[in-house]
Design a protein around this ligand. Structure first.
Ligand code: RB5
Length: 143
């Protein structure tokens, strides 16, 4: 089971709530960094809170949800040590774990339905990093 730092803005609040219910039922440990209601708010505030906590919590994962997933991924990837991937299907979720060792999954509530989002999340959480040549490439990401 995974320990997951999760956050959303207002546009991702409903999907985040659904994911929390499902992931808790599966036995995962969830730390929710807000927002706490679907009132208009700013996605970077919540991306930064979740990423800061994740970086202090070795081995944990992050899930960030906004309307598109794009803003959350941009904010998250400003943190050294965060490799955030916006995924719209299971292929991307599997590949980014295997090749990029992504530690944050970004989702767009206005892009994917709850069923697909949960399936993407399950693939992300259950796929291992392959290491080897992929680690060498990850080491070169930081400019
Ligand atoms: C909010 O309207 C929306 O801009 C935000 O959730 C996100 O999609 C930004 O990238």
């Amino acid at each position: 089971m995974a320990r997951i730092h999760i956050a959303s803005d207002h546009a991702g609040f409903a999907l985040k709530s659904e994911l929390i219910d499902q992931l808790v039922a599966q036995g995962h440990e969830i730390i929710n960094h807000g927002c706490d209601q679907a009132t208009s708010c700013d996605y970077p505030d919540f991306a930064h809170a979740a990423c800061t906590a994740l970086l202090a919590d070795a081995g944990s994962f992050g899930i960030l949800v906004c309307g598109t997933g794009v803003g959350m991924s941009m904010a998250a990837n400003r943190h050294a040590g965060i490799r955030a991937a916006l995924c719209t299907n299971e292929f991307l979720a599997r590949a980014t774990r295997m090749h990029n060792n992504a530690n944050v999954l970004c989702l767009g509530e206005r892009v994917v339905g709850a069923g697909l989002a949960l399936s993407i999340t399950e693939v992300f959480l259950n796929t291992a990093f392959e290491g080897g040549r992929h680690q060498r490439r990850i080491d070169k990401i930081t400019a």
